[in-house]
Design a protein around this ligand. Sequence first.
Ligand SMILES: Nc1ncnc2c1ncn2[C@@H]1O[C@H](COP(=O)(O)OP(=O)(O)OP(=O)(O)O)[C@@H](O)[C@H]1O
Ligand SMILES: [Mg+2]
Length: 208
Amino acid sequence: MSLVITIAQQKGGAGKTTLAANLAAALAASRKVAVLDIDPQGSLSRWHRLRAGQNRVASIGFSDVSGWRLARELGRLRLNHDVLIVDSPPQLDTDAKLAIRAADLVVVPLQPSPPDFWAAEGTLMLAATEQRACRLLLNRAPAAGTLRAGVEAQIAAAGYPVFTATLGNRTGFAAAFAQGLGVTEAAPRSTAATELRTVLAELERLWT
Ligand SMILES: Nc1ncnc2c1ncn2[C@@H]1O[C@H](COP(=O)(O)OP(=O)(O)OP(=O)(O)O)[C@@H](O)[C@H]1O
Ligand SMILES: [Mg+2]
């Protein structure tokens, strides 16, 4: 049984594409993974092309089919992959809605700041309307501080599901991305890689 994870958040720059690439790369070590880039910016497509030039990395399937053909494309890819990861654009347009509708789990990255939180709420509402499981993930989170504590308090007060694991502000994510890799491949002993593996372990507990 394959799993579709859609990374969605209408706020630009929250870390959707970074998260999609890093989850895919880490999962590809043990599962058959495909990524779908439905964002016209095409960042994940560029990452996947860079990856094609890398030796000795697990291969990852790819598609950039979007719109009304997305559901059929996911159905096709489900046949020979364990996990499908969809990276969506920074607005709740029709494509993003279709990607949320098709997901088994929607992951919403947000940086610990009010605009990210407000935008995440819109994505959570849409996932609720579509009756999709959805979970927030704090990205670029400092270890402590007023902003982080404030956003965490708002999440708790609203009762929104959120990963216990968080990702810090780590340059390793961009460095790995530039090579078509995930942090678990480019710098497996880094803090970024440890954090990513912790997110992944929590994610895997959700679906097993
Ligand atoms: N945890 C992190 N630590 C450091 N830099 C990060 C982290 N997550 C993302 N970034 C950086 O933040 C920028 C935006 O990230 P990314 O492109 O993944 O966001 P996005 O939500 O996909 O953006 P868009 O909405 O434009 O698609 C990139 O330069 C990326 O390298
Ligand atoms: Mg993106």
